[in-house]
Design a protein around this ligand. Structure first.
Ligand SMILES: Nc1ncnc2c1ncn2[C@@H]1O[C@H](COP(=O)(O)OP(=O)(O)OP(=O)(O)O)[C@@H](O)[C@H]1O
Length: 301
């Protein structure tokens, strides 16, 4: 049975990439299930864009096995490509086109790839509403602001209702409201449409808010893979649980705060008040993971 039929949308096994004589990806291995949102984090030059471009079929890997929706992206055909969405850095061409006109035009390409499960393309007016561009539907592209263009980039990436969406730093340049709306849109794509999403970002709050799982890439190696909670625990070890019971304040450290809280309520019921669970922030965790990986890599040089 193929991994795709087992619910795996992305399957990357010992992926290597070499530019000239320099290895920039070393045995990168991870999987994503259908409907999962994965954030790829890592310092500048870690290999995030290279990884994404290999998965998109835009770069040919040096070694390793890669399956994207069950297909090797180096040999993906048009039908495969129609199932993938890519949000590229800003769409600069077609300045004279209008927003709705361009989306309706690009959408026609996907009609042939409609399946019983997925009606392609996305209705242009619904799509424009989903990315918050309704007021600007009839504006020419060259008159859009940077943030509005970025929303359009996202709309172009999803017009074919992709089953898998790649987003490379999608919210760079967004104002807080646009960022918030974009986060809602990505969560809706994953939750309601079962779209798998792989995004790169330098915004740790974004990763924490959006991602079901976080991968940290450093120096071309995956140095962590897990939920924000799991990563925090790996570094900080334990959560701190605080609560008030019969007028007294308590603090306890635990590796299983959910189980701890369940027991607490089972034992003390409504006497438990003001329950708080604190864990290391993702920023703290991320910096510690990158530092830890750099120490190990220096030791092996
Ligand atoms: N075409 C290329 N030829 C040679 N080296 C390259 C090429 N593209 C990328 N690299 C190198 O590969 C490494 C990984 O680059 P990549 O762009 O994948 O990193 P990144 O994690 O996306 O970085 P950033 O956060 O800065 O976007 C870097 O050392 C970069 O200099």
């Amino acid at each position: 049975m193929s991994t795709e039929s087992e619910g795996v949308a992305l399957d990357v096994d010992r992926l290597r990439m070499r530019y000239g004589t320099v290895d920039v990806l070393h045995d990168v291995t991870f999987q994503a299930r259908h409907g999962e949102v994965l954030a790829l984090l890592g310092p500048n030059g870690a290999g995030k864009t290279t990884t994404i471009e290999i998965l998109e079929g835009f770069r040919i890997r040096s070694q390793g096995r890669v399956a994207v929706l069950g297909t090797d992206p180096a040999h993906g055909d048009e039908r495969w490509r129609a199932r993938i969405g890519v949000v590229l850095q800003s769409w600069r061409d077609h300045g004279k086109w209008r927003v709705r006109e361009l989306l309706a035009h690009l959408g026609t390409y996907y009609t042939a790839y409609t399946t019983p499960e997925i009606q392609r393309p996305w209705d242009p007016d619904e799509l424009i509403a989903a990315v918050g561009l309704t007021e600007h539907a009839h504006r020419k592209l060259k008159t859009l602001s940077g943030g509005q263009r970025r929303r359009l980039d996202v709309a172009i990436g999803i017009v074919g209702r992709p089953e898998l969406l790649f987003l490379d730093e999608p919210t760079a340049g967004f104002d807080p409201q646009a960022r918030h709306e974009f986060h809602d849109l990505v969560r809706r794509l994953a939750d309601d449409h079962h779209t798998t999403v792989l995004l790169t970002t330098h915004d740790l709050d974004e990763a924490e808010k959006l991602a079901d799982r976080i991968l940290v890439l450093n120096g071309g190696r995956i140095v962590a893979d897990g939920t924000a909670n799991q990563l925090a625990r790996r570094i900080a070890g334990q959560d701190e649980v605080r609560w008030l019971c019969a007028g007294r304040r308590f603090t306890e450290r635990t590796t299983d705060s959910t189980g701890f809280a369940r027991d607490l309520f089972a034992r003390h019921g409504e006497e438990v008040q003001e329950l708080e669970v604190h864990r290391a922030s993702l920023e703290h965790t991320y910096l510690a993971l990158v530092r830890e990986a750099e120490t190990i890599q220096e030791g092996t040089r």
